[in-house]
Design a protein. Structure first.
Length: 415
């Protein structure tokens, strides 16, 4: 996703600089061309040779008559797509905020600010230093100038540099091009828990992995993602915004409460494992010794998909998921088609229970215009391909909608 993108990585003098080779390799894994510029203090902590090995290019250690800062940050064929400073010390942050450029890193930042090259900073410092009013004010000043800050990990009274994966995710999001960039996306996933008493519940099997993969891949593609997550065991990246829910009724209340978010959404994906039945819960824990047999009377849960469909209007899309167990591909297609038509969805993703817990996925993508095909591969790759497929549809619908609106305006008679 970063193929053809040139990133200048500025390294300042924090002990977190020892993580930089891993950051470089993670960016290269996504296709980026990474060039490194180092302050003198950084070279005391990580050797230029190690960063040359990681990036494939010799780091810039001082500015010469080749005016490297202008070559990479100014106009011209070699202009970089992004300046990433990781780690960014309090000293480097404060110098950039006050226009001081006395190291190669801060000089690159000075030209980038004036030349409108996007800048990402990944701060790393002691926790008390991060709470210094001057440092906080300097970060706010940089934000006001359009510099984006990757939130540090706060552990052991330290503001530690984000992981290489988190930094790469921020770079992907900032440089994203394509139909999902800037779109508002809601992903609803995980399993519902229908309480029987204070400690027992009825649930469906779900790891939440598909929902997390969709939300992550949408973030990589530049979307503004909100993940509404029920019970899930899949780890959730720190860069995702998460709203938690428990039962289907709880999710229904969330849908009502967040109506404005749904109305403004460009896409809603719903791979949640929602219970079809619920029970009136007991007010306390049932004593199993006094109740050797327990009879539960189940009733239907609220239907969530129609509620969401009513709130999301074109050109926004709603994508449902249909899980079957031990069915033929033809039967899966028929059940997916029924769901699509009954709810009025834009697409349905069908899959069999056999893929639950597996590293690989095999899903059927069925659109409302009748187009369909199978997608197979690792779950993260399948999630990305689903987004790419329906992203093209969303872009087409947006373009045709804008064209129709323009024609309607031109047809209006003058008063």
């Amino acid at each position: 996703m970063l193929a053809g993108r040139r990133i200048i990585l500025g390294v300042s003098g924090s002990i977190a600089a020892i993580e930089v080779p891993r950051v470089i390799r993670e960016l290269i894994r996504h296709g980026a061309d990474v060039r490194v510029v180092m302050s003198a203090e950084a070279t005391r902590l990580v050797t230029p040779e190690s960063l040359r090995f990681a990036s494939g290019h010799p780091p810039i250690l001082e500015l010469t008559g080749d005016v490297e800062h202008v070559t990479w940050m100014g106009p011209g064929d070699k202009r970089a797509d992004l300046l990433l400073i990781a780690p960014a010390t309090a000293n480097t942050i404060s110098k950039i905020a006050h226009g001081i450029d006395d190291t190669p890193v801060t000089t690159f930042a000075s030209v980038a600010l004036g030349g409108h090259v996007p800048i990402l900073l990944a701060p790393a410092m002691h926790g008390s230093m991060g709470q210094n009013p001057a440092v906080k004010a300097n970060l706010e000043q940089l934000r006001a100038w359009g510099v984006e800050i990757i939130a540090p990990r706060r552990e052991e009274n330290e503001e530690k540099v984000p992981s290489p994966e988190e930094i790469a995710a921020a770079v992907l999001h900032r440089l994203a091009r394509g139909p999902w960039a800037g779109r508002r996306v809601i992903v609803i996933g995980g399993a519902s828990h229908e309480p029987i008493d204070d400690v027992r519940s009825i649930t469906n099997e779900s790891s939440g992995e598909t929902a997390v993969a969709l939300a992550t891949q949408a973030h990589y593609r530049g979307a503004l993602v909100s993940l509404w997550l029920g019970a899930a065991s899949a780890p959730v990246p720190s860069f995702l915004s998460v709203i938690r829910w428990t039962s289907v009724e709880d999710l229904h209340r969330l849908v009502v409460r967040e109506t404005a978010s749904l109305v403004g959404a460009d896409a809603v994906w719903i791979p949640a494992a929602l219970a079809d039945y619920t029970v009136k819960p007991r007010a306390e824990k049932i004593d199993s010794r006094r109740t050797p047999r327990l009879t539960l009377t189940l009733g239907p849960t609220p239907k969530i998909l129609p509620e969401i469909r009513r709130r999301v209007s074109a050109p926004g899309i709603v994508v449902g998921f249909k899980l079957v167990s031990r069915q033929t591909p033809e039967k899966l297609r028929g059940l997916a088609q029924t769901l699509l038509e009954e709810v009025g969805l834009d697409a349905v993703v069908g899959n069999d229970r056999a893929v639950m817990g597996a590293a690989q996925a095999e899903v059927l993508l069925l659109r409302k215009d009748g187009r369909s095909h199978w997608i197979r591969g690792p779950k993260s790759e399948v999630a990305g391909r689903l987004l790419d497929e329906l992203g093209r549809d969303l872009a087409y619908r947006s373009e045709t909608g804008a064209t129709r609106a323009g024609r309607a305006r031109r047809r209006r008679p003058r008063r």
